[in-house]
Design a protein around this ligand. Structure first.
Ligand code: ASP
Length: 310
């Protein structure tokens, strides 16, 4: 029997433009982009679609928007290229699909979904992922499509150095980020999806937390679905997404308690900044972050809201 309750949460990255630098027009642009993605994902759920379809749909909208660091708006790596990571997980079956360091795919999340559906593997990278994709005729784009001016300017500032940074790092005033979605569908199934261009000036071949199941992305009907954003190297060491699920499963914490413990304490203690969006099997939603802001939104039958700051 179908359960009544369903809902979705999305993020467009932790860290935001400082409030003092935010103009009304920019804020409106972010809000509209988030609303488009949120409503698209929600519409899938409202029609009785699966949580997997809903999170993919929402993430595609965010990948197609140059404001966010995923798909079109992906940051430049140290070689001046765009290498993207993405993953998707089904909380009912615990099946997952992920791709790392892939280039020129318009929607890396769709490729990750193909890996979930049609491969015995969980994670494919680079040329191997490209080879795998051939039969599916996915949309490809030229390098120019991914050349977004503000990303290029960000890269120019640290190009040639050994440093790499979050696209929304404090020193850089262009605080834009990775994208993700988590959802609960009418049948009580959870799913999570995350997609990113990674970090500006990252080493060629660097893989972040986003395509790693249990680290940047996780879903399990027993507990919750989680998508992370923030400094990937810390989220990996904190095993953040699975940590939240474990705190619920083994320690009996509520979603909110678990997400807060993991993000506001454990990740912070490691020195990592970032945030998560999470939804549990009852439809509760939690979106803690330990930095200035996180582009985010949630929608269920009772509420629809989009926020940027704390
Ligand atoms: N977590 C992403 C990464 O490290 C970056 C981000 O969330 O902005 O690749």
């Amino acid at each position: 029997m179908s359960k009544e309750k369903f809902g979705i949460a999305i993020h467009g990255g932790a860290g935001t433009i400082l409030r003092s630098k935010m103009t009304a027009e920019k804020e409106q642009a972010y809000r509209s982009a988030l609303e488009i993605a949120l409503d698209a994902g929600y519409a899938v759920l409202a029609k009785g679609g699966t949580s997997l379809a809903a999170v993919e749909c929402a993430v595609i909208k965010l990948e197609n928007c140059p404001l966010f660091n995923a798909g079109r708006g992906s940051v430049f790596n140290a070689k001046g290229e765009h290498e993207m990571d993405a993953s998707i997980m089904d909380g009912k079956t615990l099946h997952a699909g992920a791709v790392a360091a892939v280039r020129n795919f318009k929607n890396p999340i769709t490729l990750a979904h193909k890996v979930l559906l049609h491969s015995d593997h969980v994670l494919l990278m680079g040329e191997g992922a490209m080879e795998f994709a051939k039969p599916y005729a996915l949309d490809m784009e030229s390098d120019e499509y991914f050349h977004v001016d503000h990303r290029y300017a960000q890269w120019q500032k640290i190009k040639g150095s050994d440093s790499f940074q979050l696209d929304h790092a404090k020193e850089d005033k262009k605080y834009l980020g990775t994208v993700g979605a988590v959802a609960l569908d009418m049948d009580g199934n959870l799913a999570a999806a995350t997609s990113t261009g990674g970090m500006t000036n990252k080493k060629f071949g660097r893989i972040g937390d986003s395509p790693l199941i249990g680290l940047g992305n996780y879903a399990n009907n027993k507990t919750c679905a989680v998508s992370c954003t923030g400094s990937g190297e810390y989220i990996m060491r904190g095993v953040t997404a699975y940590d939240i699920s474990c705190l619920m499963e083994y320690k009996g914490l509520s979603l909110d308690e678990a997400a807060n413990e993991s993000v506001m304490k454990r990740l912070l203690d490691l020195g990592g900044d970032g945030g998560v969006i999470a939804i549990d099997a009852q439809g509760n939603i939690s979106m803690p972050f330990n930095c200035d802001g996180m582009y985010r939104g949630m929608r269920n039958q009772e509420r629809r809201e989009v926020s940027i700051y704390g």
